[in-house]
Write a protein of this length. Sequence first.
Length: 147
Amino acid sequence: MAATRRQAREWAIQMLTAADLNPPDDVPSFMAAFWNQVSDLDSEDGGPQEARGKLKAFAEERVAGVLGRLDELDAKISSLLVGWTLDRLGTVERAVLRLGIWEMASTDVPKPVVINECIDLANWFSSPKTRSIVNGVLDRYAKSQVK
């Protein structure tokens, strides 16, 4: 199975979730440890081989970008939440929202693509119930950037 940008985003969410639970002191070493674990777990299904090159760099760019702007992203998410607080969100939801806002602010990936990918990631890693909060926050952010 060939890896895609979707798979790279899944890897990024896994790293961001782990970093939320146990914040790393050294992000490059943290990412290297993740790739070693992925390699140990699924060396036969294309994970680590396909992770090399552009898709690995794609995932790492997102993780480093989010972790480098964590306070700013969290403040933005907090301002966009309606009836929720950042600490009430699940770890996966925080990771998905951080990734989505960072990606919309820092890349040329179209906003609807980012929102759709993030909704799918939230469904995959959490539950379908999270889609409405992820969609709402990211949609509000996207609309605030159009002005």
